[in-house]
Ligand binder design. Structure first.
Ligand SMILES: Nc1ncnc2c1ncn2[C@@H]1O[C@H](COP(=O)(O)OP(=O)(O)OP(=O)(O)O)[C@@H](O)[C@H]1O
Ligand SMILES: [Mg+2]
Length: 290
């Protein structure tokens, strides 16, 4: 079910050249168009990965399919895309919309925070949960978030945006690499002390009902991926299989040159043995062998 775009507000920054638009449900959306310069599948990826993140309880914007009519495009000069030397009108039809964080009310939304502000982000631990989604869906871009606070608040909250390069962008192939899909600053991962830090998001992803995953794929407009149902089915089947590999993919990041989890508490068997040495045979008092 789509919402209808009623008005173009302004252009947004970024490679996909999104437009901020008002929709019939009264909300503003950052809209990525089918003929964006990145790839048409960016729309499918945004919808699926944003909904998967939402399903495991992470802070992502509400996501919608936004219908933009030819009439609105013809009557809004700014609904065009710069394609190098040429300009092209936005293509009418079904587009992807990410509801504007903070809405049009006063407040502050920023793409980046200095380290001291970043360290105070209310839901910083959600970066651990988003790593689960990014590794699972093979996000081939860096992790991106926006940070929002109301006018008199001191601390920001993170909302995860730009899932367009999950599933390896237009490729729909899982080409994993340790440093893919991670946030640029190690600071956000400093609080990881072990596997428990990734909960509840990790278990929720591993145990997500396949029916839920299929239902997310079913709402993707076929024109967003070339119309071949077999392709999206293969993608989802592989995604389901990969749930058992999320921990392995996080471990590859853990062991990478970034050393992102300096506070991970490893208790090696060797260390325990040294602390509590095995008593020698002569000292051992055993009861009768039954
Ligand atoms: N839901 C949202 N709420 C608030 N701001 C948003 C939202 N979605 C996108 N933005 C803003 O629009 C910008 C572009 O969005 P996004 O990163 O999704 O697009 P992109 O074209 O893929 O960008 P990039 O070139 O960084 O990959 C973001 O940097 C952010 O400032
Ligand atoms: Mg981006």
């Amino acid at each position: 079910m789509a919402v209808l775009a009623t008005q173009a507000i302004r252009r947004m920054r970024g490679g996909a050249q999104s437009h901020l638009m008002l929709a019939s449900d009264g909300h503003p959306y950052v809209v990525k168009f089918q003929n964006n310069p990145q790839h048409i599948r960016v729309l499918a990826n945004e919808l699926m990965a944003t909904r998967l993140a939402e399903a495991v309880g992470l802070s992502v914007p509400a996501s919608e399919i936004v219908e933009v009519t030819d009439w609105l495009i013809q009557n809004s000069k700014e609904l065009s895309l710069d394609l190098g030397q040429t300009q092209e009108q936005c293509r009418p039809g079904l587009q992807f919309g990410s509801r504007l964080v903070g809405g049009l009310m006063p407040g502050q939304v920023v793409d980046y925070l200095p380290e001291e502000r970043l360290a105070e982000v209310k839901n910083l631990a959600e970066f651990f949960g988003m790593l689960v989604i990014d590794k699972w869906t093979c996000n081939s871009n860096g992790r991106q978030a926006v940070f929002y606070k109301r006018p008199r608040e001191k601390r920001y909250a993170a909302t995860f945006i730009d899932q367009g390069y999950c599933f390896n962008a237009g490729e729909w192939k899982f080409v994993d690499a340790p440093l893919r899909g991670v946030y640029a600053r190690n600071l956000v991962y400093r609080g990881v002390v072990g596997w428990d830090s990734f909960e509840p998001w990790l278990s929720r992803a591993e145990e997500l009902d396949p029916q839920k995953i299929w239902s997310i794929a079913e709402i993707v407009p076929p024109e967003w991926y070339g119309g071949d149902l077999a392709e999206i089915e293969t993608l989802i089947e592989r995604l389901l299989e990969r749930r058992s590999r999320i921990r392995e993919l996080i471990t590859l990041f853990q062991e990478s040159s970034r050393q992102p989890f300096p506070n991970w508490m490893t208790v090696s068997i060797g260390a325990i043995e040294r602390q509590f040495p095995e008593p020698s045979w002569a000292d051992t008092i055993r009861g009768p062998i039954m």
